[in-house]
Design a protein around this ligand. Structure first.
Ligand code: SF4
Length: 347
């Protein structure tokens, strides 16, 4: 690693400018000393990215030092899928979880897609297999199978249409079938049922039984307690939270939608009912705003570490690489492209 003290100092300065005051869960508080410690790693990763024509895609939920220091793209699953589709880089490093990297591989079969974290699962994606979906399809032969993006490529390959939290309601409404089987998220499925009723859309929506272990921890009593304590509080909820929680929210949206709401409004304080990382990102982008309340961290997203990003850029192991069979890739791509088709439909 060849870096001058001056270059490292400039990097530390840049990190500190963005990260000072950011403190959520285990991410921070970021001190000057911490930024000085991170600077050589950040410089080396950015140098290798350039040398190897690599890009780093980062989900909002990973540690802010990653999104700020080395991320080329930051966003939610839908935005990152689109970013993966548009990049000209030869290597994609996906600092998030494995199912997202698999989506990137489906869209970029000729590119090397690397996952830096070894603990890259997801309580939703790990809850259902392709074999289980085949059984369900035999049980519900007339239903259109809609899978949340939080599923493996193998599961997508045996479903009809994929959705993300930013487009799930519109896509379920637009699919020209009145029988939908939604998997794997039970709570999001219940929210889909409620939203279809609210929109006056008649559909039989059957749902699977998995949950996101992070979002299911929020409860309505906690929201009511905080509302009592902070008059003027705006509560933003992710559709992976339970319908009981969502009923107490001022706004329900994907992480991208929540960020947009924060940019567009000016409340005294905000409570973000999603993984902690979003509050971290919001503090980076909107240092003048106040975020209160406890948040829950996702152990999978938080297992992404700067050292592992450097390791996979230098010399990836076999199990850092995403490899999909042609059948799985083509099947999953059909399901993902159906999402782009319905998402980009007007009305
Ligand atoms: S926050 Fe929940 S849905 Fe997202 S990766 Fe973690 S476990 Fe999966």
């Amino acid at each position: 690693m060849i870096q001058t003290a001056t270059a490292e100092n400039a990097t530390a300065q840049r990190l500190f400018e963005k990260l000072k005051g950011v403190a959520v869960g285990t991410s921070g508080p970021y001190t000057w000393e911490r930024c000085v410690e991170l600077a050589p790693l950040v410089d080396e990763i950015n140098r290798l990215k350039h040398e190897k024509n690599a890009v780093i895609l980062t989900h909002y939920y990973v540690h802010p030092e990653i999104t700020v220091g080395v991320g080329d793209f930051v966003g939610d699953s839908y935005k990152l899928a689109k970013d993966a589709k548009s990049t000209n880089a030869s290597i994609i490093v996906f600092a998030a979880v494995k199912f997202m990297a698999e989506t990137a591989k489906c869209l970029n079969p000729d590119k090397e897609v690397l996952v830096p974290s070894k603990q890259n699962g997801c309580s939703l994606a790990d809850a259902i297999t392709a074999e289980r979906v085949r059984e369900l399809r035999r049980e519900f032969p007339e239903h259109t199978f809609v899978c949340y993006i939080n599923t493996s490529a193998a599961v997508k390959a045996v479903c009809d249409v994929c959705v993300t939290s930013s487009n799930v309601y519109d896509i379920v409404q637009r699919i020209p079938s009145d029988k939908i089987y939604f998997l794997p998220d039970k709570l999001m499925g219940e929210n889909v049922q409620d939203e279809m009723k609210r929109r006056g859309v008649q559909k039989d929506v059957q749902i699977f039984s998995a949950t996101c272990y992070v979002h299911q921890q929020y409860d309505p009593e906690r929201v009511l307690r905080l509302r009592g304590k902070y008059p003027g509080l705006k509560v933003l909820s992710h559709p992976e939270c339970s319908p009981d929680v969502i009923r107490h929210a001022d706004h329900v949206a994907s992480t991208k939608g929540m960020m947009q709401y924060l940019r567009d409004t000016d409340a005294e304080a905000y409570l973000l009912l999603t993984e902690c990382g979003l509050a971290g990102r919001a503090q980076v982008e909107m240092p003048g705003k106040t975020f209160i309340g406890p948040c829950v961290e996702c152990r999978y997203m938080k297992s992404n570490a700067m050292q592992d990003i450097l390791r996979v850029l230098r010399a990836p192991d076999e199990d850092d690489r995403i490899v999909l069979s042609d059948d799985v890739r083509e099947g999953a791509l059909r399901c993902i492209n159906a999402m782009f088709h319905y998402a980009e439909m007007s009305g």
